[in-house]
Design a protein around this ligand. Structure first.
Ligand SMILES: [Zn+2]
Ligand SMILES: [Zn+2]
Length: 264
């Protein structure tokens, strides 16, 4: 009987708190109405980070399902996967990283969210997107597979202009969720590069070749590193960053991105 009474009281208290929260939310939303960044539906400014549940669900539905290339994570046909092959790109030019995975396709709501995070100063979207990254991590790896999580860095001039590194926000939050130590200055951009958008595949590769360096090899040597970026297109950037880490003695580098471009 005492247990029943305790549960009853606790339920009453929860109900009162939830009612109070709803009243406060309603008042605040009345004073500061807000709409979804992507579809303009009305949202709760305080709970939804300006993204409606429908858009969140649509972004989640853009997930990449197996089979994928064991090396770069590119979606493959079942026939290719059954024959145990890597994709054509990985056969022609094996990447420096030992495995890359992405949560979903860089299209629709997922691409819109990635662009809002990167270009429109919506840094609070990182917390909303990290569950997607965490999900993709769990599909491919275990916590014990890595020693360190680090992001692909921006050039300091670009980071100063933007005010943050979007890959760093994702990496820091993911590392804390998985329980792996986070290091944000393992890699540096040795030179400024053009934005990869709009370049051909070969131009992308040349643009980032030898663009990265490492300032503290002692933190890298012998480590298994999970490298995080927001978007992967040809893989040139993450491959170049992985090369720099391996040159500094990393035992293994794996790559995880929120989204990736897949040619139709
Ligand atoms: Zn929406
Ligand atoms: Zn591949």
């Amino acid at each position: 009987m005492p247990v029943i009474q305790k549960t009853y009281l606790s339920t009453n208290r929860d109900l009162a708190q939830s009612t109070l929260t709803n009243i406060v939310d309603s008042l605040l939303n009345l004073l500061f109405p807000d709409v979804c960044l992507l579809c303009s539906a009305q949202v709760s400014r305080w709970r939804d980070r300006s993204i409606c549940l429908d858009c969140r669900n649509k972004a989640g539905a853009l997930r990449i399902f197996p089979p994928v290339c064991p090396s770069c994570g590119l979606p493959m046909s079942s026939f290719q996967a059954d024959s145990g092959c890597l994709c054509g790109d990985c056969i022609l030019e094996p990447p420096a990283f030992s495995g890359a995975r992405s949560f979903g396709y860089y299209i629709g709501e997922l691409a819109m969210l990635a662009r809002e995070l990167k270009f429109h100063k919506r840094r609070n979207l990182a917390d909303l997107l990290v569950p997607f990254l965490f999900d993709a991590f769990q599909q491919a790896w275990d916590r014990d597979d890595f020693d360190t999580v680090t992001p692909v860095p921006l050039h300091p001039d670009r980071e100063r202009k933007r005010g943050y590194n979007q890959a760093g926000l994702l990496a820091r939050s993911l590392a804390s969720r998985i329980g792996i130590p986070y290091r944000d200055r393992l890699l540096i951009r040795k030179r400024s590069t053009l934005p990869q958008t709009g370049l051909t595949d070969s131009q992308r590769s040349a643009n980032v070749r030898n663009a990265f360096g490492c300032v503290d090899p002692g933190q890298i040597a012998g480590r298994r590193i999970l490298l995080i970026d927001d978007v992967m297109t040809t893989g040139a950037t993450v491959s170049s960053a992985s090369e720099a880490l391996i040159r500094s003695g990393a035992l293994r580098v794996s790559v995880l991105t929120l989204a990736r471009t897949v040619a139709a």
